[in-house]
Design a protein around this ligand. Sequence first.
Ligand code: FMN
Length: 209
Amino acid sequence: MEQFSDEFRAGLHNLMRWRRDVRHFRTDPVPEDTLKQCFDSIVSAPSVGLSEPWRIVRVTSANARAQALENFRAANADALAGYSGDQAKRYAALKLSGMQDAPEQIAVFCDDATEKGQGLGVATMPQMRRYSVVAAITQMWLTARSLGLGLGWVSVLDPARLSRDLEVSEDWVLIGYLCIGWPKEASLTPELETRGWEVRSPHLHIESR
Ligand SMILES: Cc1cc2nc3c(=O)[nH]c(=O)nc-3n(C[C@H](O)[C@H](O)[C@H](O)COP(=O)(O)O)c2cc1C
């Protein structure tokens, strides 16, 4: 079995500390072979029953990007309307997507109808397919950061509208709209924390039974 050194472990720990959700991108392109390394990390991701339910759509056309951006703007306006007072002001000041600048944009779906995996593990918990896609995105997120890239996960979207606009199968459920590109800045602190919205818990609470 492959052995990993202390130095590697320290590097991995550092990578996880430096992984950020990125919303501020430079507009210069990501080389195809660099992007391929990100996609390759999905191939080795865990999935329930080895169902590999992830479906990836690269959003490249000006039209599809404009539709996705408009979708975000509408969803964000709706979300803002759900807040009031000081919280509304703070929400309005947040930047919740880098869709205007990110050179690469990827819609990641879960195929809820895939027969791959032969149903293993999903009879009791069908949501496990979707969790598998989240696990795959996490691998890609870390890989991207290791390559100096930033990834931003956008969930402020109407998923049905995005699926219609991208003309994907009705069996596919949106898991994440991902912006990828070179970050304008690096930080050890989540942006939501820097902007006073929420803080990262210093401790992990673990219960015993
Ligand atoms: C499932 C998921 C959905 C998210 N959706 C959004 C989003 O719509 N917009 C946004 O700006 N950040 C989004 N984020 C990023 C979180 O805000 C971010 O992970 C959190 O604030 C911690 O910051 P960090 O990722 O930089 O450590 C999302 C993250 C996850 C895991």
